[in-house]
Write a protein that binds this ligand. Structure first.
Ligand code: GLC
Length: 425
């Protein structure tokens, strides 16, 4: 059977009726940015079903505009931390209390790119909700003009060593309620975050619950406050896509001005994440100003967001070339020369499909075709060797953590589709 057919079958098997889970067992709910990438993949063979991936995600939106990282449509005892650990959340459907990288506007714009009535109606259908989510990021998740994050889970890069600076400043809540991890029952614990990290993740959750998920308070007073290049660059690009949609839909001057303000703010904040010693965009602890010390797989998303000076971009490329000499498959999630690199442990080294997708797209748009192709090949060759895994060991291409993974299948389908279209042109 072709890999393309296996990818379609994977997405069909993970379909739970209107939404798709990332993989059976380990992740039994709808995840925020997973669904956006999944929509991109499903759109290559079933645009109607792809659209419901987006509208079902929007059903989880909170009254304050936030779209949570996970939507719990039922309570699955096989997953922790599920709805009971997050407590009462204000959306119509129980959920987590933090968000995820807002890639949705970019993907909606891509999926509705023509001026057909259907595409225009779809953009109009979701515009207000996506606008409210971006507004939430700019109003409730911004600290001193910088879009912040309050939880490593919000960044989508759970245990990346970047977060150690912020986690080291935290103490585990002395009254943290006991719990049993379920992730380690599904997969090899060597691939997953450590116990101390987990205790701190749950300490932040307990804090959020203690302030009734008041997001302004969680940002201002919570135990963890860092800036994440992933959220920063993804949001900046998504703000531009939102602006284009607003213009196309004839939104008011006031709405356009507000989005333009967000874009200007994002562009101005980009230098805050520039780590001159390393020659890379890295995470930074907002309270202490400390930079993380490694090139991650979102350091090169400056191309995707189309920002960074020529000098900064040249140094980013230099770092990628250096790292390329140390791995078989670009782009590892953590610098192989940095402390804490572990090629199989989740965000401490493995390459991630959705990150390769965004990085390659940005590089290609900025004229770095050769490197873009190598980033695409890094993932495609790992898939050809091992199948549709959640992430891959960058030294060997072996699959890590979850198998039969939805966004891996989706990225594969999206790239195959693009190649077909280019070939036909
Ligand atoms: C992990 C990843 C996160 C993803 C989720 C579901 O928590 O770190 O980015 O959204 O799994 O696939």
């Amino acid at each position: 059977m072709s890999l393309t057919q296996i990818a379609i079958d994977t997405l069909t098997r993970n379909d739970r009726g209107g939404f798709t889970i990332p993989t059976n067992g380990l992740y039994p709910y709808q995840w925020n940015w997973d669904s956006a990438f999944i929509a991109l993949g499903i759109a290559t063979y079933d645009p109607v079903r792809a659209w419901s991936e987006i509208t079902s995600l929007l059903e989880g939106q909170w009254p304050d505009g936030m779209i949570p990282s996970i939507i719990f449509r039922r309570d699955d005892p096989d997953y922790f931390p599920g709805p009971s650990r997050w407590g009462k959340t204000p959306g119509d459907i129980p959920s987590t209390g933090v968000s995820q990288p807002p890639v949705l506007a970019t993907i909606v714009r891509q999926l509705t790119s023509t001026e057909s009535e259907d595409h225009r109606a779809k953009r109009a259908q979701v515009f207000a909700q996506i606008f409210a989510w971006h507004k939430w990021y700019h109003d409730c998740r911004t600290y001193n003009g910088i879009v912040a994050t309050v939880h490593p889970w919000e960044t989508g890069r759970d245990n990346c060593p970047e977060w150690n600076i912020g986690l080291d400043l935290m103490t585990v809540a002395p009254d943290l309620a006991p719990y049993t991890r379920m992730d380690n029952k599904h997969v090899d614990p060597r691939f997953r975050p450590t116990q101390e990290q987990y205790d701190k993740y749950l300490t932040i959750v307990a804090f959020g619950e203690s302030v009734d998920w008041d997001q302004r308070r969680l940002t201002d007073e919570g135990p963890f406050l860092m800036a994440d290049p992933n959220i920063h660059f993804v949001l900046l690009r998504a703000d531009r896509d939102l602006l284009a949609m607003a213009q196309g839909l004839g939104k008011s001057a006031e709405v356009l001005r507000e989005i333009e303000g967000w874009i200007a703010k994002g562009e101005a904040a980009t230098d805050y994440l520039w780590n001159e010693d390393l020659g890379a965009f890295t995470a930074r602890d907002i309270r202490t100003g400390t930079f993380s010390e490694g090139f991650s797989n979102c350091s090169a998303l400056c191309f995707y967001a189309d920002v960074g000076s020529p000098k900064q971009r040249a140094r980013v490329i230099e770092n990628m070339r250096r790292i390329q000499g140390q791995v078989e498959h670009l782009l590892p999630s953590w610098d192989p020369e940095a402390a804490d690199f572990e090629p199989q442990r989740y965000w401490c080294g493995p390459l991630w499909p959705q990150m390769n997708y965004m990085t390659a797209l940005g590089l290609s748009e900025c004229g770095e075709e050769e490197l873009a192709g190598q980033v695409r090949d890094g993932l495609c060759q790992a898939i050809e060797k091992s199948g549709f895994w959640e992430c891959f060991n960058p030294l060997t291409g072996e699959g890590c953590v979850g198998s039969d993974f939805s966004w891996t299948a989706a990225v594969w389908l999206s790239w195959q589709h693009e190649t077909k279209i280019k070939g036909a042109a």
